[in-house]
Design a protein around this ligand. Structure first.
Ligand SMILES: Cc1ncc(COP(=O)(O)O)c(C=O)c1O
Length: 353
């Protein structure tokens, strides 16, 4: 069985919205658009016209970048929208569930709650560097588990889900669930994407984003990559014209060779700053632990997280605090060299108190 059969029956039957036909070099009197262009409109494609219902050129460029066929990719407003769309495609409210590890990125649960889908949690242990045991993870599934979200590198812990574990999970769960690998931070890991497994595994879906390593969080552009039948359903559920013309043009710019090489240079710098910062922070006596990270952030356990948050806030350096099981931890995003030095100054001040 292919995983598209796991989707909500009404979504399997859903016909995509039919937009007004758009053909170059024609007079467009079919879409109730304005016939004039505003003087404030400086885009390559005039804004009086609707964008394409789905951005073809962008989809081609992203598929080429990620190494998959265009039919296997849908462009979304960040991976956040992709998570929402997948949950809406696969989970019937009150009936189906999805499985996440914990701690992880909070949006999986957020959108599951919006959809009314149960969330099952496999709790990882800090003593085990937050790693996931596949057999134990599988025990958390039941017949109604439609989606298993694997965040690799995981936010906020920074650890990768090893390739052998992913293969094991894909094999053992088969077509009973879709395995969604969220690779928002994969560029910082220096590891191959799971996209190369797509041809072998029909139950695999991958999420990628331009928000992190490409520095385009403000543009909101992500991708869902998976079996063409799943992509068709994601497209049918997504709002028509979801990607606005300014966004499409700005992301086309981001895909140019110069921007990509600039991103490569920054990537190296962020990875080397991650190492410099973690080494330096480990020297402070109140830093208990910094977990190894394959992302552009790391999780750190400290003696007194409240004092650290207060001092860094006073120094106008923002860190992320989660509370709950991580109440003695903070997550630090790696900044520029100068920004990271500011953080080190805060730590030095705290050590002097
Ligand atoms: C693991 C993970 N996935 C997805 C996202 C969402 O990214 P975006 O919607 O900007 O693509 C984030 C954002 O922080 C994240 O940490």
């Amino acid at each position: 069985m292919s995983i598209d059969k796991l989707a909500r029956p009404e979504i399997q039957a859903l016909k995509p919205y039919e937009a007004a036909v758009q053909v170059d070099d024609t007079i467009r009197l079919n879409a109730n658009e304005a016939p004039w262009t505003s003087s404030g409109d400086h885009f390559r494609r005039p804004l009086n016209r609707y964008p394409e219902i789905r951005p073809t050129q962008l989809r081609i460029a992203l598929a080429a970048r990620y190494g998959c066929a265009e039919a296997n990719l849908s462009v979304t407003r960040g991976t956040s929208e992709a998570i929402d769309l997948l949950i809406r495609v696969f989970c019937r409210a009150g009936l189906d569930n999805l499985l996440i590890s914990s701690p992880t990125f909070s949006m999986y649960k957020h959108y599951a709650d919006v959809q009314g889908a149960e969330v099952r949690e496999y709790v990882t242990s800090r003593d085990n560097d937050f790693s996931i045991d596949v057999d134990a993870l599988l025990e958390c599934c039941n017949d109604s588990t439609r989606l298993i979200f694997i965040c690799s590198p995981n936010n906020p812990t920074g650890n990768l889900f090893p390739r052998e574990s992913l293969l094991d999970l894909l094999e053992k769960r088969g077509s009973r669930s879709a395995v969604v690998v969220d690779e928002a931070y994969i560029e910082f890991a220096g590891r191959a994407s799971a996209i190369e497994l797509l041809e072998r595994y029909e139950n695999l879906i991958i999420l990628r984003t331009l928000s992190k390593a490409l520095a385009f969080a403000g543009a909101r552009c992500g991708s869902v990559i998976g079996p063409a039948s799943v992509i068709d359903m994601v497209n049918a559920v997504q709002a028509p014209y979801a990607l606005a013309t300014p966004v499409v043009e700005c992301v086309e710019n981001a895909m140019r060779t110069e921007s990509l090489s600039e991103a490569e240079r920054w990537l190296e710098q962020v990875v080397s700053e991650r190492e410099r910062l973690t080494l330096a922070l480990r020297e402070f006596p109140f830093v208990q632990q910094i977990w190894p990270s394959a992302a552009n952030f790391f999780l750190m356990q400290v003696d007194d997280a409240s004092s650290l948050m207060a001092q860094s806030g006073a120094d106008k350096v923002l860190l992320r605090y989660f509370g709950g099981d991580l109440s003695d931890c903070v997550r630090v995003t790696v900044g520029t060299h100068a920004e990271n030095d500011r953080l080190l100054q805060t730590f030095t001040k705290l050590a002097g108190d």
